[in-house]
Ligand binder design. Structure first.
Ligand SMILES: [Zn+2]
Length: 111
């Protein structure tokens, strides 16, 4: 077989997503422990809670991506409904927009 199907690619991405999910969960657990050891306020607490918020957001994104994968809706751009290229998904597995529809990447519009 010389053609790698999109489905195979998505299966690989699913593994990557699951790994990322675990990584963020570990990160959150570590941050929670760290927060308990820090004094009540100050820059460290602010930095730690910013990191925790980012991890929580990422967990939400990844959970949604995995949910879409299960439903077979994963990898379709929420903006233009085209398939998001696999390379794009590999770079940002939880993205819902293709490179063209993503804010800040408006240079290369669809013809
Ligand atoms: Zn798009």
């Amino acid at each position: 077989m010389y053609v790698v199907s999109r489905r195979d690619d998505l299966a690989v991405l699913r593994i990557a997503l699951e790994e990322q999910y675990e990584r963020h969960r570990t990160q959150l657990a570590l941050l929670a422990r760290q927060t308990r050891r820090l004094p009540g306020d100050g820059a460290d607490v602010a930095a730690t809670s910013a990191l925790a918020a980012a991890s929580r957001r990422a967990l939400g994104d990844i959970a949604r991506a995995l949910h879409y994968l299960e439903q077979g809706r994963y990898g379709t751009c929420a903006g233009c409904r085209r398939d998001i290229p696999i390379e794009e998904l590999a770079r940002r597995p939880s993205t819902r927009l293709c490179g063209t529809c993503r804010p800040g990447a408006r240079r290369q519009r669809h013809p």
